[in-house]
Ligand binder design. Structure first.
Ligand SMILES: Cc1cc2nc3c(=O)[nH]c(=O)nc-3n(C[C@H](O)[C@H](O)[C@H](O)COP(=O)(O)OP(=O)(O)OC[C@H]3O[C@@H](n4cnc5c(N)ncnc54)[C@H](O)[C@@H]3O)c2cc1C
Length: 529
């Protein structure tokens, strides 16, 4: 059993926990951040992919809208490599009331969000797959953002500023003494050992799991978990962010994300964040709503569906099956004040767009708890990997065409080069093929790991030299993870792709003998087609 000692222990390695660890480390605190799985494997890695301008919130949550546009500008500055500067259009489809645009423009101006009316003809020229019947279009600074890259860059920054960053360390116990939390016991899932971490202050940034972490010391956090489901298409239907001009409601956007488009997302209350899966009714809802924006959304090849879980803080009881009425604003809870337990604070709710701000406010709260004043600097310093410009779609292709050979490509769909996989694999924090996926986009394209999975497994095996059974298990887990997302939405060519992948792995490579998940029959197409 290992033992560590630190000033602040941060639980959770999503956008919020990573941001808090970076902020604290930059303020000079000795900091440890632990994540039970891989960085960004929770909601952060399963979100819609939108850097909000705040326009969506301007009409009903003005403060949230103001936070969004302020953070939108800061994130563009400190992590330009994670953001594609496409801008977005808010459009009135034939069934929306175009007059709502006047209200939205007034609210955006009140929040300080740049918004301009643009001719419908211009939108249709730039975005030829958008519904030709749109009645009105407004331009706002929405943008697609890569939360995997952002979180990994944030963790790297925290590390460079002296934080200890431990993924695959799950908190299983909170240590208390005289009514105060004094640390935590983690299960190191790779070394399979218990690690005790003593800390002056524990910060619970476990997102939708914050309630479970707080429950370890008998504290109840009133959280409502809301599942949001999204669908990825096999190419970019749009090159910007297209959202509905209407009162905020679930399923109102189609946006580009690297080589694909994301359709989403729903809002369905669930009981347990560990028990979420895309439901057929959600998939039908997404296709119906998104095809109002982009008619081809229904007929295009759908790569996969996935869902993430929002933890919504409820200060009052909520009725109904959706969390739509609840604010997406974040809450910082000092459990000494709310529950009489010293030494622990929790941060819940919020948006990816405002994660840096949440981290700043949480670190300010930590300073107060530790009786010190140290200013935040996270808005001043760019993250590692930031280049002088925003991410540009096509950069990878240009790089491959000028520097790499065909044999250097391991994943053709996403143009992942052998060298970038090797670089990720030797970093020390990569355990599974899914970890490689989060770092490189391996297996995120049309074949969903069919052609690159076994190559990457071989590469990882050559570098890390795990027992061969482990290597087999990793390929199986990776493919099952991918297929879990394909099965609910598969039809036409994606069904053929699944079958081809299955034959490759089962018949040719004999890698998946008797795998029960793969032997399950395909589910019928969710669209009813
Ligand atoms: C469907 C959906 C779509 C969204 N779309 C957008 C969007 O487009 N734009 C936007 O700005 N925001 C969006 N959001 C909100 C945004 O994704 C979240 O606010 C943000 O990602 C939350 O980050 P987090 O770090 O708080 O939580 P998480 O990313 O969930 O991180 C919490 C981490 O804690 C870890 N953990 C849990 N228990 C333990 C334990 N015992 N020990 C150690 N670690 C533990 C988990 O594994 C997890 O990685 C969306 C949310 C959802 C659900």
């Amino acid at each position: 059993m290992r033992s560590l000692e630190t000033e602040v222990l941060v639980i959770g390695g999503g956008a919020t926990g990573a941001g808090i660890a970076r902020d604290l480390a930059m303020r000079g605190f000795r900091t440890v951040v632990v994540e039970r799985d891989d960085w960004a494997s929770g909601t952060t890695g399963r979100y819609n992919g939108l850097l909000h301008s705040g326009s969506r919130y301007s009409v009903n949550h003005l403060d949230s809208a103001r936070d969004c546009i302020r953070e939108n500008r800061i994130l563009r500055r400190i992590m330009p490599h994670c953001i594609e500067d496409t801008g977005g259009y808010v459009v009135a489809t034939p069934v929306d009331d175009p007059a709502y645009g006047d209200r939205l423009m007034a609210a955006c101006r009140a929040a300080g969000i740049p918004i301009e009316e643009v001719p419908v003809s211009r939108v249709l020229r730039e975005e030829p797959l958008v519904n030709p019947g749109i009645q009105r279009a407004l331009r706002v600074p929405d943008a697609p953002a890569d939360s995997f890259l952002a979180t990994l860059s944030t963790i790297e920054s925290a590390r460079q500023h002296g934080a200890r960053t431990l993924n695959y360390h799950a908190v299983v116990e909170l240590l208390t003494s005289a009514g105060r939390v004094i640390g935590a016991v983690c299960h190191d899932r790779v070394g399979n050992e218990r690690v005790t971490i003593f800390a002056d202050l524990v910060i619970n940034a476990a997102g939708a799991w914050a309630g479970k972490v707080a429950a370890l010391v008998g504290v109840h956090i009133p959280l409502l978990c809301s599942q949001g489901t999204m669908i990825a298409t096999n190419y970019r239907l749009v090159n910007t962010v297209i959202t509905r001009l209407r009162w905020p409601a679930p399923v109102d956007s189609v946006l580009c994300s690297h080589s694909v488009s994301v359709l989403g997302c729903t809002d369905v209350v669930i009981n347990d964040p560990d028990d979420c899966a895309p439901q057929p009714s959600e998939l039908r809802q997404i296709l119906a709503e998104c095809s109002q924006l982009v008619p081809a959304a229904r007929s295009v090849r759908h790569l996969r569906a996935w869902c993430g879980v929002r933890p919504l803080y409820r200060s009052a009881p909520v009725n109904g099956s959706s969390g739509q009425g609840l604010s997406r604003a974040h809450v910082i809870l000092d459990h000494a004040v709310t529950d009489g337990i010293e030494g622990i604070i929790s941060v819940v709710g919020g948006k990816w767009t405002t994660h840096r701000l949440m981290a700043e406010q949480t670190a300010d709260a930590a300073c107060r708890k530790l009786n010190t004043q140290r200013p935040c600097r996270t808005h001043l310093e760019a993250l590692p990997g930031a280049v002088g410009h925003h991410h540009r779609h096509g950069e990878r292709l240009a790089h491959v065409e000028t520097t790499a050979t065909q044999s250097g490509l391991v994943c053709e769909c996403e143009l992942v080069e052998r060298s970038s996989l090797e670089e990720a694999a030797v970093s020390g924090s990569v355990i599974s093929l899914d970890d490689l996926r989060r770092r490189t986009r391996l297996g995120m394209g049309s074949c969903q790991g069919g052609f690159c999975g076994y190559r990457a497994a071989g590469l990882l095996h050559a570098i890390n030299r795990p027992p061969s059974n482990d290597a087999r298990r990793r390929v199986t887990e990776f493919l099952q993870g991918r297929w879990k997302g394909i099965a609910p939405i598969a039809r036409d060519n994606q069904v053929r792709q699944m079958r081809l992948n299955e034959l490759l792995y089962r018949q040719v490579l004999a890698l998946l003998p008797g795998s029960p998940d793969i032997e399950k029959p395909l589910q019928p197409p969710a669209t009813g087609k």
